[in-house]
Design a binder for this molecule. Structure first.
Ligand code: ATR
Length: 269
């Protein structure tokens, strides 16, 4: 029986156990995936614990995605470039870190639109924005970053060789794709993007998935845009992780269903 888990703080509301365990079960994999709540102070000990306990693989979430990097034995160049690790594999006692978040964004968007040559507006410049900008750039979209704090927009744009625009200019933003990466709208009926500009975009994606349809997505839908919710990104990053954990083709639809049910269960319980 192989053991997997998720390291984060807090991690109790994670949908990853539901997703991975459903996939293990469906494919007859003898493995279990659990919560591994880890405080920032205990991170180094927890990482050594992966080796000591022969845990095969671990998902990493907030607030450890950056802090975990110096604690690993090997780092995938992609994770180095993004500056964050969301997946660790225990390869015979050597811990290898990689990142599947960017693939989650790329696949979620590519389900509805081709990204090459498109103009993409990214709202926000925090940790989550890094994987989004990397994904868009990798898919050869032209990226503009808008962030409340100008210095952070500038720093992120510089890191990835894309454009930064002042927050006050968001009302003039234009393009084919808009991706919202801030925490605005999480468990609240608020959107950081003026409704008037939404009609200019073909596709609007929100990385927030609680609620599943944020105010931004509701307004974008009403303006005629194709919308992509944050659960899609979560499911696709998890599916890529499952591939790395097991070497098997992930049952993506089943994982999405399991995540959706876990999300609903959270609300009812
Ligand atoms: P994460 O890792 O989830 O991206 P983060 O690194 O703390 O979290 O980044 C949060 C992002 O949300 C930032 O871009 C932040 O903008 P600032 O750089 O100006 O702080 C953005 N954000 C948070 N609250 C916001 C608000 N009320 N309006 C606009 N942007 C907000």
């Amino acid at each position: 029986m192989d053991v997997f888990g998720i390291i984060g703080w807090p991690v109790g509301h994670s949908l990853s156990p539901a997703m991975h365990n459903a996939a293990f079960q469906a494919l007859g994999v003898k493995a279990v995936y659990g919560l591994l709540p880890t405080t920032p102070e205990d991170l180094a000990q927890a990482i050594s614990g992966i080796k000591a306990l022969h845990i095969k693989g671990v998902s990493v979430t907030i607030p450890h995605k950056e802090a975990v990097i110096p604690l690993l034995d090997e780092l995938d160049p992609v994770a180095r470039e993004i500056g964050a690790v969301n997946t660790i594999l225990n390869r015979g006692g050597s811990l290898w870190g990689t990142n599947t978040d960017w693939l989650g964004v790329k696949k979620a968007l590519e389900e509805v639109v081709s990204l090459t040559g498109q103009r993409a507006v990214v709202v926000g410049a925090g940790g989550a924005a890094r994987a989004v900008v990397y994904a868009l750039k990798k898919a050869r979209a032209a990226v503009e970053i808008y962030n409340r704090t100008w210095e952070k927009a500038q720093a992120l744009a510089q890191d990835f060789g894309v454009e930064a625009r002042p927050w006050a200019a968001l009302g003039q933003a234009d393009g084919e794709i808009l991706v919202q990466t801030t925490s605005v709208g999480l468990k609240e009926d608020r959107s950081p993007v003026p409704r008037e500009i939404l009609g200019r975009f073909k596709v609007v994606m929100d990385i927030v998935y609680d609620p599943l349809e944020t105010r931004l997505l509701r307004e974008a839908r009403a303006e005629g845009c194709l919308v992509v919710n944050g659960l899609k990104m979560l499911v696709y990053q998890g599916a890529e992780q499952f591939k790395l954990f097991t070497g098997l083709e992930p049952p993506v639809e089943l994982m999405e269903q399991a995540a959706l049910e876990a999300l609903k269960g959270e609300k009812n319980g």
